[in-house]
Design a protein around this ligand. Structure first.
Ligand code: SF4
Ligand code: SF4
Length: 109
């Protein structure tokens, strides 16, 4: 099992961390190295957020902070594929791969 986050689309909302039963996600200060998972090069954070995701959520007032100074990193080997994070990820940026080669991507509910 592997899990990674498309970092430019991650808003830092922490929904993933709130719902994951096995603590796959770490919320990491952006000035630290947030590219600790296996995300491909184009999904690493290089100082720029995805413009469309930023426009959609930067002013959202839902009790969470967005684009402040955080991003989510993932430690995928513990994932039990409950899929809770996939429907809670507002950035639709979580990617999960199971051991049979199936892929799962987030679709915000
Ligand atoms: S699918 Fe995996 S990473 Fe996502 S909430 Fe469930 S256990 Fe955690
Ligand atoms: S739920 Fe998605 S957008 Fe929010 S912190 Fe987690 S990975 Fe980032």
């Amino acid at each position: 099992m592997d899990v990674y986050v498309d970092k430019p689309k991650c808003t830092g909302c922490e929904h993933c961390k709130d719902v994951c039963p096995v603590n796959v996600f770490d919320i990491i200060k952006i000035e630290q190295d947030v590219n600790t998972d296996h995300a491909p090069e184009e999904m690493k954070f290089k100082g720029q957020h995805d413009p469309a995701t930023f426009a959609k959520f930067s002013t959202a007032n839902d009790g969470h902070t967005h684009f402040k100074d955080k991003s989510s990193g993932a430690r995928g080997s513990d994932c039990i594929l409950c899929q809770a994070c996939l429907i809670q990820c507002e950035g639709e940026c979580i990617h999960i791969f199971d051991d049979s080669g199936n892929t799962y991507k987030s679709i915000y509910q």
